[in-house]
Ligand binder design. Sequence first.
Ligand SMILES: Cc1ncc(C[n+]2csc(CCOP(=O)(O)OP(=O)(O)O)c2C)c(N)n1
Ligand SMILES: [Mg+2]
Length: 891
Amino acid sequence: MKNLAPAEAAALEAVETREWLESLDYVLQQSDKSRTVKLLEALTARARVAGVRVPYAATTPYINTISETEQVPYPGDREIERRMKSLVRWNALAMVVRGNRESDGIGGHISTYASAATLYEVGFNHFFRGKDAGADADVIFFQGHASPGIYARAFIEGRLSEQDLVNFRHELRQGGGLSSYPHPWLMPDFWEFPTVSMGLGPLMAIYQARFIKYLENRGLKAASEQKVWAFLGDGETDEPEALGSISLAAREKLDNLIFVINCNLQRLDGPVRGNGQIIQELEAVFRGAGWNVIKTLWGSEWDELLERDHEGLLIKRMGEVVDGEYQRYVVEDGAYLRKHFWGTDPRLLEMVRHLSDDDLKKLRVGGHDPVKVFNAYRAAVTHQGGPTVILARTIKGYGLGEAGEGKNVTHQQKKMNERDLIHFRDRFGIPISDDRIADAPFYRPDVNSAEVKYTAERRAALGGAVPRRVVAAPAFEMPSHEAFDEFEKGTDGRKVSTTSVFVKLLAKLLKDKNVGKLVVPIVPDEARTFGMESLFRDVGIYSSIGQLYEPVDRTTLLYYKEAKDGQILEEGITEAGSISSWIAAGTAYATHGVNTIPFFIYYSMFGFQRVGDFIWAAADSRCRGFLLGGTAGRTTLPGEGLQHQDGNSHTIALSVPTCRAYDPAFAFELATIVEDGIRRMYVDDEAAFYYLTVMNEQYDHPAMPDGVRDGIIKGLYRFKTGAAAGVRARAQLIGSGAILNEVLAAQALLEKYGVGADVWSATSYNELYRDANRVERWNLMHPAELPRTSYVAECLSNTPGVVVAASDYLKSQPGMIARFVNKPFVTLGTDGFGRSEDRATLRNFFEVDARHIAAATLSSLLREQAIDGHTVATAFKELEIDSEKIDPAVS
Ligand SMILES: Cc1ncc(C[n+]2csc(CCOP(=O)(O)OP(=O)(O)O)c2C)c(N)n1
Ligand SMILES: [Mg+2]
């Protein structure tokens, strides 16, 4: 054709195109679809060899992925389901409207659920499996702001009372209320997973799906049909956590995972992508990552139009309208649609000539059509070999009409006047009379009504109510004390770090006959940092496909062993992913009825301050387990400098109510805390988890003194008594973690200046503070009764001399307990930015070495006039204290 005249060439091209298409039609008729795919692949490959650059298309046309011809008919009773859905819509709306009338500003959301109602109802009626389905029960992350709809359904099902709905967002009323969002902490029989800090849900869902495969591959859970459903907003996908691990889901072939993204094209302030198309953007991202992407964009009314779209004009038009414009169509009438959507081409206008403006307005989007949603879900649950994402197009505030449908303010809409309520009632056929409508009464059909009976039958067939949190873990047998015993004997002069003590303890627990299988070690590419590589060989690294290669270090003792039943979750460099695995494992006692005990060890600086919000969600989830902040301590980690040296984590840990944080110094302390922690979490069922900082300084560990077990757990015990006779003054020195050794050295220094000091180990300032607060509060509330004494006051108040406390963390750590001890109290700590330096220099810089501890003690004693100025001046000189040195806290 190269040498032909243009007209001739065009004619020939048309013939050629037709022939190719006819060939394709023939193949489509004769063979199944896979044959077509193979042919197209072969053609593409041949073209590539010939140097043709076939353009890469990450997206498909802006139409439904599942064509009408692929659909199966809807299996349910459409009419009953529609009525039920309308009632759920109404009660959800009434709950928020009434709540805000009664107490202005109480909040709640109407428009999110209004957009998602069909997505949920199809799930409830046909897919979501409840707890009675046993191992097959689904795991569902509900979109947090859709909670009113989930409550409204539970109300109609008879699981919640009218009073519960009245008490939405009034949790402190008599009998309790409904929490604003999914919070297992506040509604432990209802919600399973907190989702409302946006982005956390999707990431936790991915790791939950992966953890299910881990449990199944390790024989801790029967192989199942269980699915993890994560419902999220399109705006939410801007959170890096939401999309951050989608490649893992594809790599791990998580066909038990389904994301449903409610694409109402809006977020809080306005359109998600006014000038673009969020759905196409998400399709590209998920397809690129290897997900099965199902777009559900158009309702059944469009099928006939698309069928007549022989020239592809409609598809083209659908694909060129930006989201801001699509949003506009929601608020405009049919005439506007005719002019602006269809009117761009006379042939398009012709296609809809037979439709009235009203008809045009009634062409639904896919996420509001149960048939389309059902078929999308069906395709998702039967898809094998990878995760599925459903991009369901919906309308924010669907049905609210003037009160907010499609409007930018709709997310915040909480109030509706009588006219709006009447409009909504009429649109959804709610049987409430004119004279009552203004009060927005709840409406629950009779238990014998078709809606309630149908719904109950559907739920019974699918394994019972959803959502429901049930704890059905089997009885727990404590590990044998032998696993901890060794650490109580001390290291006999051998210098080891608390990190290696932990790793040794972990190895012992992994071998324990009671808990060995249940231990889940989790590490984000730091195993070698913590000396854990011996575990690679011993218990293997989990890999869903085993090991397809011979590891480079195969001949060495500690080779990199990946196995299908491997026990270690080596997550790679993702603290967010690792903590999500930790949450999945730490809540498995409820989600899966398995008492897994997760130990997540990481660089301590990259824990609370990097993934703190996940830790908060873990607490909300009633998560159990151990977090180990490795390489901890601002001055104990040398060299790494400002971004790595952690002096903060204990302070942040205090803010998490169910977190018990410890800074142990000695092997026996660590072993005692872990043993007690396992008992309290797994035997006594306490809803708590543990945070332990472990350090990499090596030193000798003494044997466990008698009678200190209780003090270790409570947070303080006297480790060593100082000289009492023949001394000029007395003092109480407190240390924790590696700094306890500096305190012990300071004790020796102080003896030279005639000061006899006792040395205390503070394993947990946070626990001491909580106890003291509890006691102080009791005393405040009971002014006429004998006051109680806090544990820390019991320990220290009647001891002689001043108190000096030093740690590798902020001064506020010991500072928290100072006011409960009726004595002069000096706190030393590491406020400020870290530095790359060696340990001794760092401790001098932050003034937490033995010299500064001794100097601070003498200084405090002088102020108390318990020692003479000359001795202190001499000591300062001999200890080389630079009184004018810069303040590390502000340098
Ligand atoms: C981490 C976080 N940041 C901000 C918010 C506040 N917020 C709640 S809903 C919302 C908009 C949600 O938009 P989208 O995800 O599209 O959900 P939709 O309601 O449209 O379904 C925002 C910003 C939050 N809950 N979490
Ligand atoms: Mg949205």
